[in-house]
Design a protein around this ligand. Structure first.
Ligand SMILES: C[S@@+](CC[C@H](N)C(=O)[O-])C[C@H]1O[C@@H](n2cnc3c(N)ncnc32)[C@H](O)[C@@H]1O
Length: 213
């Protein structure tokens, strides 16, 4: 079962193969041009450097992450100084200096701010088991303004489908996010990356989806 304890343990034992050192190329290629200071939500953010890229574009970035280790590592790795305060069950870490960046430490389902202008989901929806996926997407959509943009990276693969990351049928993406979402790119990683072939996948499709009002 994928519980909060499962993720805390992954961080404690350093099993964080999902983390990417660089900036995700799909983010750079497909992120829509938004006005400066747009409020961007990054659910289940881990210690993703993609948040640095978004903040450097001039957006107000809010990441939400369960693990204090992930948060400390993100702030430390990027040499960021910050102030912390508590709001209910959540710890809010606000970065000092030029970047507008906050990391909310705690359970995403306790996070209730809304009116975000955009959302970046990489390895977040696919981290949610079947039983929580619809709740995750509904909770995320509630955080967004009616005209918000979404950039989503999803996975669909064959073979051993024990996640995370979980394989998500492409047909179910519009059912979850609404009919406005459109697939804008797709790549079978099993063709370009030996690792997926060795794991027994002949298809490991990584697709980029966008809601752009
Ligand atoms: C697969 S990782 C992806 C991290 C990040 N998006 C990235 O691209 O590297 C999923 C992350 O979600 C966090 N997480 C899982 N359940 C959560 C929850 N209920 N609230 C907040 N964070 C959660 C985990 O600790 C983990 O860091």
């Amino acid at each position: 079962m994928i519980t909060n304890e499962f993720w805390l343990d992954r961080w404690k034992t350093g099993r964080i193969g999902f983390h990417q050192e660089g900036i995700n190329p799909k983010l750079v290629e497909f992120w829509p041009a938004l006005p400066k200071n747009s409020r961007v939500l990054v659910p289940l953010c881990g210690k993703s450097n993609d948040m640095m890229w978004l903040a450097e574009q001039g957006y107000e970035v809010t990441g939400v992450e369960l693990s204090s280790l992930a948060v400390i590592q993100f702030l430390g790795d990027n040499d960021l100084t910050y102030d912390t305060h508590q709001e209910g069950d959540l710890k809010i870490h606000t970065v000092n200096g030029g970047l507008s960046l906050r990391i909310i430490e705690g359970d995403y389902f306790q996070f209730s701010e809304d009116n975000f202008d955009a959302c970046y989901d990489r390895a977040a929806m696919v981290a949610m088991p079947d039983s929580k996926r619809a709740e995750y997407v509904a909770h995320t959509l509630k955080r967004l303004s009616p005209s918000a943009c979404v950039l989503l990276i999803s996975l669909q693969y064959d073979g051993d489908t024990q996640g995370p990351p979980f394989s998500i049928e492409e047909d179910s993406v519009p059912l979850l996010w609404g009919n406005h979402i459109q697939k804008i790119a797709s790549e079978n990683l099993a063709q370009t990356n030996l690792q997926y072939k060795e794991q027994g996948h002949s298809t490991f499709d990584e697709s980029v989806w966008r809601i752009q009002p």
